[in-house]
Design a protein around this ligand. Structure first.
Ligand code: S3P
Length: 444
């Protein structure tokens, strides 16, 4: 991505958001499909892969580590894996661009192989904490040879020749952290266990099973999971069908809720219960979201969602819901601006370590558009009213979700909302602007 030139974009209020759309493949599942297929022996096929910049960086990293990846013209990828523990020494640094998921999952996968790799990324990724992942990986025998202050990128990791299985209790509800430990555990003899006191998205567990690993996930405490993986499996090639990304669907969905007269169907959206906290919250706010034709698609639940413009009211969003909607707070905050009354979103500490400090960036986005907002500790409090002034210039801080949330706001605000840079939208949602325009939205 050419980060030297920024591409501003403005959203204006226009007609209703109408029609049918299918957003692209899920980002979390796309990263995992590439990494796990690269660790099988033989050839797997992935259909519906999200070809966003984040995932393409993971694809490049897998190539550099010795897997063969071929992109078909129809968005179908064929991946020839190297087997568990079979990564080759990469010739140069691995560049993960803007992607925390690609980087942290690959750190785990490399930690279990006898290779040394340098991990790097853009200015946003270089600021993000990696220590949380490096701590358990070092316990498993990997060594950090070099890193920037606080364990940040660029960093060089020497994978373990003989990885050690561990029992790891995760201090934060992070699927990236859990997945890094499980991916390193693949190459360790015996059982690697991850305990999380609050369940985070379980795509890694589901997909490991799909590729033939022995993995058991049990309920732990009130809201947690205890996951045990049997190490050194021979992963078998499999086909993966990537469902539509609920975190991307969230943007047209909220647009349809807040633009009067809207009526939109979003097709085949993944409805894994560990990803649908936003939908539960919006329904509590009074959103009319109908679930049509719920079904199973390649090991994940999917459904079509019909959304119609709705009068929303403010709600209290409990901290326990955060893992199931962690990426959706910026756009929920936008919905909250248009709701009658106060919305309090609790326990958002993890938002501070996303592509930007998303707690501050979200608050600043709303303030720039005339909304009253407070941050109290780790809570975000939005004072909503049915009419929002807009007219603001929003700083996106290399953060795709701030960019898209601000544009959604501009579709319903009294005055246009301008973002400083739309380039980062392509990290997760290439084609966002075209898709929104096809539904009647004014973005230029
Ligand atoms: C992701 C997990 C979440 C999420 C990110 C994708 C994943 O991060 O914010 O966009 O695919 O595992 P954390 O695991 O750090 O909470």
């Amino acid at each position: 991505m050419n980060t030297a030139v920024s591409t501003p974009l403005t959203a204006r209020r226009g007609g209703p958001v109408q029609g049918r759309a299918r957003v692209r493949g899920d980002k979390s599942i796309s990263h995992r499909a590439l990494i796990l297929a690269s660790l099988t022996v033989g050839e797997s096929t992935v259909a519906g892969l999200l070809e966003g910049e984040d995932v393409l960086h993971t694809a490049e990293a897998m190539r550099a580590l010795g897997a063969r990846l071929q992109r078909g013209g129809d968005g179908v990828w064929r991946i020839h894996g190297v087997g568990v523990g079979g990564f080759a020494q990469p010739a140069g640094p691995l560049d993960f661009g803007n992607s925390g998921t690609g980087c942290r999952l690959a750190l785990g996968a490399v930690a279990g192989c006898p290779v040394t790799a340098t991990f790097d990324g853009d200015a946003s990724l270089r600021k993000r904490p990696m220590r949380r992942v490096l701590d358990p990986l070092e316990r498993m025998g990997a060594r950090v040879m070099d890193c920037a202050e606080g364990g940040r990128l660029p960093l060089t990791l020497q994978g373990a020749r003989d990885p050690i299985p561990i029992v790891y209790e995760s201090p934060v509800p992070s699927a990236q952290l859990k997945s890094a430990v499980l991916l390193a555990g693949l190459a360790a003899p015996g059982e690697t266990t991850v305990i999380e006191t609050q369940a985070s998205r379980d795509h890694t567990e589901r997909m490991l099973k799909h590729f033939g690993a022995k993995i058991v996930s049990r309920v732990y405490g009130e809201r947690g999971r205890r996951i045990t993986l049997q190490g050194r499996p021979e992963l078998t090639p499999a086909n993966v069908m990537v469902p539509a990304d609920p975190s991307s669907a969230a943007f047209p969905l909220v647009a349809a809720l807040i633009v009067p007269g809207s009526d939109l169907v979003l097709e085949a959206v993944m409805t894994n219960p560990l990803r649908t906290g936003l939908y539960a919250t919006l329904r509590e706010m009074g959103a009319k979201i109908e679930t049509l034709d719920p079904r199973d698609d390649g090991g994940e639940e999917v459904a079509d969602l019909r959304v119609t413009a709705s009068a929303l009211k403010g709600v209290d969003v409990p901290a326990e819901r955060a893992p199931a909607m962690i990426d959706e707070y910026p756009v929920l905050a936008v919905a909250a601006c248009f709701a009658e009354g106060v919305t309090r979103m609790r326990g958002l500490q993890e938002l501070r370590v996303k592509e930007s400090d998303r707690l501050e960036a979200t608050a600043a986005m709303l303030r720039a558009n005339g909304v009253t907002v407070e941050i109290e500790g780790d809570d975000l409090i939005v004072h909503g009213k049915p009419s929002v002034a807009g007219g603001g210039d929003v700083a996106t801080h290399m953060d795709h979700r701030i960019a898209m949330a601000a544009l959604v706001m501009g579709l319903a605000a009294d005055n246009p909302v301008r973002i400083d840079d739309s380039a980062f939208i392509a990290t997760s949602f290439p084609g966002f602007v075209e898709l929104m325009r096809s539904l009647g939205c004014d973005l230029s």
